[in-house]
Every structure is written in C-alpha cells, then in structure tokens.
Design a protein around this ligand. Structure first.
Ligand SMILES: Nc1ncnc2c1ncn2[C@@H]1O[C@H](COP(=O)(O)OP(=O)(O)OP(=O)(O)O)[C@@H](O)[C@H]1O
Ligand SMILES: [Mg+2]
Length: 319
C-alpha cells in the first residue's frame, strides 16, 4: 500500500510545568511517500513532534492530517495500528518468538493465521533475514542489528502507510548502522511508505533523507533537500550544525574523483567539472539545476548527488 500524505499545521506542545514549548508552532506539508528526517540537537523537540503524528503526544494547539483525515477523528488504537513506530530500544516482547513479535498487529487486526505466517516470511525476507533461521528465535538470541531489523519488520507488518522511526539505529555500531540505513532506503523505495525518521546524526540524515527538517528549540529552521541544506544552509545555526559534524569541511576536502559514478551512456548535455574540483564546488554546480555533472577527461564518468552522498558517508565511516 503506498504512503499517506501528512499535514502538520501550527502544532504547539508544552509539557506540564515546562517553561518553554517543546514544539513551538510547527507546520510541515509532507507528500505521500516522502522520506523526511528530523535533525537537530538533543532536546530540540524531534521526538515530541514525531509522537504528535500517532498521538502518543497530544498537541496543545494545531492540527495533523493523515491523508486529509484529522488524526483526532480516529481512536488512538486505530490510528496507531495504521502508523508503524520504531524506537531505539526496540521493545520486542522478550518471551515471544520473532514470528510472534512481527505478527502482533496483524493478530490484533484479526488476520487469518496463514496470512500472518505468509506476511512474517515476506517481512523477514524484506529485512534480509532468512525466515527459516529466524522465525522461531527469541529476542535474546538476536544481535543488536538483527533486533533492529525485527523492530522494522514488526512496524511494517500491517502495511502502515506512515512509518515513524525515532533514532532506530542509535545503538548499533557504525558498519551495521550503514547497512540498516541502506536497507531502510531500499524498503522505502520498494513500498513507497511515508517515513519520518529522527536523528541527531548529520551524516545519517544526508544519507537517507528526501528532505531534511532541521529543528532547534522547538522550531523548524530549515526544511529542504539534503543538497540544499548542505549547499545553502538557511541560517548560521544550520551551517554550524553541519560544520560541527565536519560535513562541510569534508566536502571541501573530498574531490570529484572521490565520488565518481560510471555510465555507459554519454552524459548528454550535463555540465562538465574537473576531477580535482572539490565536492563543495560540485554541489554548487548541481544546485544550479543539473542532475549530474560529467567529469572532464574521464570517459563516461559522472558525479551526482547520490555519489556525493556515498563519498561523504564513506569518509565519515573511515573517520
Ligand atoms: N514526557 C515529558 N515530560 C516533560 N518534558 C518532556 C517530556 N518529553 C520531553 N520533554 C522535554 O521536551 C523537550 C523536547 O524533548 P524531545 O524528547 O522532543 O527532544 P529530542 O529532540 O527528541 O531530543 P533527543 O535527541 O535527546 O532525543 C526537552 O526539553 C525535554 O526535556
Ligand atoms: Mg528524541
């Protein structure tokens, strides 16, 4: 089932006794199928905003629509069955097998056992775990990365049209994290689910987002494609956020030759760039409106945003 559009309008959240708003008048229009990443420092309101979408947090003001329907119109239970939720502490039920864990929501929805079984196998395959080996395992018999995959599979079980992921890969090591990010992207491409993903890791955001929503002190400071956020930070705050994580510096150090993709086809009318130009220069050119740049004197080689992202991610993993 394809994703749902989500519309967040003038949402305000103030926790009892707090002297400032956790979410301070946030509006965001998300088209169906977009992969949105909330990025910002600890305490800026990312998780709170995320949890307003499935009403784990009830806003003091504002409205949220999923596919045009006010989320207040459905019971919280119905709403949450239609919205997958993955958190860092996976929260698998310790006494239930992997298959039982994944089948929790379908069972609540009254699916036939055979349909649940088939769905469990399909989801295990989707998260790249062999059903025959993993179905009957207990959560304590899984590695951290495997448990996270089961958490994702469980959240997808009832074919939600929206998936909320709150720092889902925070607890796994860098290598496993990268492969989980790649898998999440692959699943997103395959299913078209609308995804909201929270992180405070700039590199993770750059790697997976269609759109990055940068937050600070309860407000959205920039909501834009990774390319635009990198090349045109809206405020000094966004620039500093990227700089702290070294991304901009690395962009200035990495060369076009570090981010080459190879094409069989001729690049057509793509603008040319030198192999020793910096990725920062390449980004600036891409931003001027090209989808790829042909690398001068390298037959068929090109750079595009995906290859720049990959080079950045590789340099982050090596750091
Ligand atoms: N249940 C709660 N009761 C009271 N205050 C809360 C509650 N949850 C969060 N807060 C406060 O609301 C603000 C936003 O918290 P939130 O959890 O949304 O931040 P975050 O951006 O997800 O941070 P982190 O990256 O550390 O997870 C913080 O000041 C936090 O202390
Ligand atoms: Mg949080």
């Amino acid at each position: 089932m394809p994703g749902a559009s989500v519309s967040i309008r003038d949402v305000v959240v103030t926790y009892p006794g707090a002297d400032r708003r956790a979410v301070d008048d946030v509006s965001l229009e998300v088209p169906a199928g977009e992969f949105v990443v909330f990025l910002g420092p600890s305490g800026c309101g990312k998780s709170t905003l995320l949890r307003t979408i499935n009403r784990l947090v009830v806003p003091d003001a504002g409205e949220i629509f999923v596919d045009g329907n006010d989320v207040r119109g459905a019971s919280p239970e119905t709403l949450r069955r239609g919205i997958g939720y993955v958190i860092q502490a996976v929260g698998l039920f310790p006494h239930m097998s992997v298959a039982k864990n994944i089948g929790v929501v379908p069972e609540l929805l009254g699916w036939e056992p055979a349909r649940i079984d088939a769905r469990v196998d399909e989801l295990l395959a989707l998260v790249a775990l062999d059903p025959a080996r993993y179905r009957t395992r207990l959560p304590r018999e899984l590695s951290g990365g495997e448990a996270q995959r089961i958490g994702v599979a469980r959240a997808l079980a009832a074919e939600p049209r929206v998936l909320l992921m709150d720092e889902p890969f925070g607890a796994v090591d860098a290598l496993v994290r990268t492969s989980l990010q790649d898998e999440t992207k692959r699943i997103h491409r395959a299913l078209g689910t609308t995804i909201f993903f929270v992180t405070h890791d700039v590199d993770e955001a750059l790697r997976i987002a269609d759109r990055i929503v940068v937050m600070n002190a309860g407000k959205i400071v920039q909501a834009d494609t990774p390319l635009h956020v990198l090349a045109r930070p809206a405020t000094p705050y966004v620039e500093a956020l990227l700089d702290t994580r070294d991304t901009v510096r690395r962009l200035s150090l990495l060369r076009v030759s570090d981010a080459l993709s190879q094409s069989e086809r001729s690049p057509g009318d793509a603008p040319a760039i030198a192999a020793d130009a910096t990725l920062r220069e390449a980004l600036a050119l891409l931003l001027a409106g090209s989808t790829q740049l042909a690398v001068a004197d390298r037959n068929g080689a090109f750079v595009d945003f995906a290859s720049i992202r990959a080079a950045l991610a590789a340099s982050a993993a090596a750091a």
